[in-house]
Design a protein. Sequence first.
Length: 186
Amino acid sequence: MADYAPNYTARYKVTYSTLGKTHSVQWRLEAGTTDPAPCATKMGLFLADLAPALYEDWTVLHAEFALADSDVFLPAVAPDQPTGAGDVDPDRSANAAIAVSWIARSIAGGKGRFFLYGLSFDALMFTGTGKDYRYYSTESTYVDDTVVRLNETSPALVCNDNEPAVWYEYVNQKPNDRWVRKLRRG
């Protein structure tokens, strides 16, 4: 399988803060994309789907966009700010290290994924046990809504091979090792 340069596609990146940490989420768009506004709209709708499960301090800081074959990210229109509803509880500060990932493949076998922090798992209302750190769309309306949003709302997101992404019907949840180390150091 061929390797692709990280800048093979256009990229839309949103920087946000939650639980006292700053993160970014990046989506890939077709190589010829020059206008990030439709992607900002899609990201806003995606975040609105998750709003009840986002912590109340989840805040969009800014957005950037890079054309294909460029490493220069320029300011771009930001998505609508979601209104998170999850209570920020200082006794659960370890949640700052937990990421949820959405995974995709293209028809050509390319890979796609992104991570999001700041989801209140109490609010996600998973019906399964989650013993395998994977939650299916049948276990959460939030997972179902976001997967449908990713697969069916324009513009299409692409994988690292510039082919349309087909998002799996689940999300994975896992503490991020880098953030765990930072939390241990205080």
